[in-house]
Design a protein around this ligand. Structure first.
Ligand code: ZN
Length: 340
């Protein structure tokens, strides 16, 4: 009998200990692992160029290699050329056309015409537009090496700086299932992960929630200190799940002060605010520069940011048009639906 009692007591104690261990494992939040300090080889610079409504990002590695991710529309292209010349850049090692819409690629054509561009990484989507055709013609004429983008491709710059493609899928496979009113070109944007030591930035082009869901599902290393916000801050991009996976400290929104698309949208700004992300907008701050030594990063802006305006989204003109009383007056100044 006594033996049974002792055995019972041991069982009870063991069960309690097992319970405590289970609870600890399940509910204790592990502190993030402290990264091994990176021995810096210089400064990596990323500049969100002031291209108005569009995207244009310049990356300069510590050893001076240059990457240009999009270059705004045709008008902005001249400003991009000027911005590159101000930095005494004569060569772009890699230009990236995230997708064939004019607010990303028309400026690239200007850059290819004026500077030496060694390679063009293109989403590779077939797209019938005069601007895209002009870009492809310029690539041929200026003998730029043409590379079709695909998941898993890597580009090593120098000093350990690396670009890795997360999207499009590659091998002629495309995301075709997009929301109503969405764009297949946006969904198949080139998504790039830039790493330098412990610093990571994610470039998303105009990818929206469908693409974000696919990236999260693929369990790619999404975590990044800086996020280039997808599709100029559209309400259809930067989903909660994606934001949780990337967990950025800072986010850059590239958009124009006078855009009619409602970029950035209030819901997207609200999601970023709830996630405690430090937001920078080219429409408010002009050119935005990020500098990293491979461990930490600093952000500086051309113009002082208007803090009152920072978390206020822009109005979508199509929303205004939906209200009949305002429609008549607003409609007069509008042309056909443009692609952003
Ligand atoms: Zn765009």
């Amino acid at each position: 009998m006594r033996v049974l009692k002792v055995l019972f007591a041991i069982l009870v104690v063991a069960a309690i200990i097992a319970g405590i261990l289970y609870w600890l494992r399940r509910y204790r939040t592990e502190p993030p692992p402290t990264p091994t300090p990176f021995e810096t080889k210089g400064r990596l610079q990323i500049v969100a160029l002031d291209v108005g409504q569009g995207d244009g990002f310049l990356i300069i590695s510590p050893g001076g290699k240059t990457v240009l991710v999009d270059a705004g529309n045709a008008r902005a292209g001249d400003d991009v050329v000027a911005a590159l010349q101000r930095r005494n850049l004569r060569t772009i090692d890699l230009a990236v056309a995230t997708h064939p819409h004019a607010d990303h690629i028309a400026g690239l054509r200007r850059v290819i015409g004026k500077l030496t561009v060694k390679q063009l990484l293109d989403s590779g989507q077939s797209f019938a537009s005069a601007e895209y055709e002009k870009l492809l013609r310029a690539v041929k004429e200026r003998k730029v090496a043409y590379i079709k983008a695909g998941k898993g491709q890597t580009f090593d710059l120098d000093s350990g700086v690396r670009l890795e493609a997360f999207n499009p899928r590659g091998n002629g496979q495309w995301i075709t299932n997009v929301r109503e009113g969405g764009s297949v070109e946006n969904a198949n944007s080139v998504v790039l992960r830039l790493t330098y030591g412990n610093f990571t930035m994610l470039f998303t082009g105009d990818a929206e929630a469908e693409t974000e869901a696919e990236l999260v599902k693929a369990k790619l290393p999404m975590r990044a200190q800086v996020l280039k916000v997808g599709h100029h801050g559209s309400r259809h991009a930067t989903s909660e799940r994606f934001l949780n996976a990337v967990n950025p400290e800072a986010a850059i929104i590239s958009c124009g002060a006078d855009n009619r698309y409602g970029h950035p949208s209030q819901p997207t700004l609200d999601r970023l605010k709830r996630s405690n992300v430090q937001v920078h907008r080219t429409d408010l701050s002009g050119e935005i520069t990020i500098v990293s030594d491979g461990n930490t990063f600093q952000v500086t802006t051309n113009r002082q940011t208007n803090l009152a305006a920072l978390w206020v989204g822009r109005i979508e003109l199509d929303d205004v048009l939906a209200q009949p009383q305002k429609a008549a007056s607003a409609k007069a100044g509008l042309k056909g639906k443009e692609i952003d």
